[in-house]
Ligand binder design. Structure first.
Ligand code: SAH
Length: 344
């Protein structure tokens, strides 16, 4: 029984079952999700007897900080956390003018197989529980001593491949009794699991959906993303349109530019035609080369040209500022290096 994944209502039911007064649930919830307690012992306003009872009945998720690397370039911090079963996940803390942002992982590993991504090289190990997603934010907040205002679910894993836990996480992190992060400050990035994009749209949350496109035709996309074998690019774009229709939220397209693979004028033209009729924003990401593959970053000139071409087509496009390049910034690299360093 994972107590940190319970909603306040569920917690009330549990507390009453233990023979305690319902108001204890509110106190306990606040200790976990507002005061960010690391264990039951920190919950000093709860009677010792109750704390012991809780420890006996419920598992308490608290990630262990394994390493922190701080970028000398921009202050970005990359955290490697240990889970209770020994698995590792990574999360990133970034400071922007508009506030502090945390990028969290949604799974241990990933089974989507995108060709340029380090997170997927060893496949999926397991899903993360809601508490394990929340605690990445809590642990970072405690470690930095700063408030987190934005959350992006763009770390290791495919969030829409862990749909139920993701949804519970989203409800809890935006709960006014918890951290109370505004829905508008949350972004979920997906490689395009069409049926779950539609399910998420039907929840009518105010979060931003980011779609990893990376190719502007079905063929190009299939070269880089095996998931494109399951979903036609047209259906993915339709699901984005549906998301906008249901939520009124402008969709973000992520497009990682890979030198000589998807960065030509023709690619930009196809992209304009593909997304031109949508209320959207395109985020161009110079691919972060990983050792295990031979993809290279596009030339600066080609990146700027690509952006110009999109803007000529009246598509809002920005080039993502690269942060933490000096600290294994690309998805899954840190966890991988760590695993390599420890003899099996
Ligand atoms: N599974 C989700 C979220 C995790 S990846 C998704 O696919 O969207 C977050 C973003 O980083 C995705 O757009 C992903 O394609 C991209 N990405 C992964 N590895 C990268 C790399 N080495 N260089 C540039 N972008 C990368």
């Amino acid at each position: 029984m994972d107590i940190k994944s319970m909603s306040l209502d569920e917690l009330k039911t549990e507390i009453v079952k233990l023979g305690e007064k319902p108001y204890r649930a509110k106190q306990l919830y606040e200790w976990m999700h507002v005061k960010l307690a690391r264990d039951y012992d920190e919950m000093t306003s709860l009677p010792k007897k109750l704390r012991e009872k809780l420890a006996e009945h419920y598992e308490y998720t608290a990630l262990r900080e394994v390493t922190v690397q701080t970028s000398r370039l921009d202050g970005t911090k990359k955290f490697l956390f240990g889970l209770s079963d020994g698995n590792l996940v990574e999360s990133v803390w970034m400071q922007y003018h508009h506030g502090n942002s945390v990028c969290i992982s949604s799974q241990v590993g990933c089974r989507m197989g995108c060709r340029f991504c380090a997170s997927t090289l060893d496949g999926l190990e397991r899903n993360l529980a809601p508490s394990e997603m929340l605690d990445q934010i809590y642990a970072i907040s405690r470690s930095t001593g700063e408030r987190v205002s934005n959350v992006v679910v763009m770390g290791t894993g495919e969030p829409l491949d862990n749909y139920d836990n993701l949804l519970r996480f989203l409800r809890m992190v935006t709960d006014e009794n918890g951290l109370n992060i505004s829905q508008r400050n949350i972004t979920v990035s997906t490689c395009g699991i069409v049926e779950n994009m539609r399910r998420l749209a039907d929840e009518k949350l105010q979060i931003t959906l980011a779609l990893s496109l990376h190719g502007s035709t079905q063929e190009k996309r299939r070269e880089l993303m095996p998931v494109a074998n399951r979903y036609d690019i047209g259906d993915v774009i339709d699901a984005c349109r549906y998301y906008f229709d249901q939520t009124g939220r402008r969709v973000t397209f992520e497009y990682s530019l890979v030198g000589g693979v998807n960065d030509t004028d023709e690619d930009a033209g196809n992209l304009c035609r593909l997304v031109g009729s949508l209320n959207c924003h395109v985020n161009l990401i110079p691919v972060n080369p990983i050792r295990e593959r031979d993809y290279v970053e596009s030339e600066r000139r080609d990146i700027l040209n690509f952006q110009k071409k999109l803007e000529k087509g009246h598509i809002n496009a920005t080039i993502r500022r690269e942060m933490g390049r000096d600290i294994d910034g690309a998805c899954g690299q840190l966890r991988r290096r760590h695993a390599e360093a420890i003899p099996q």
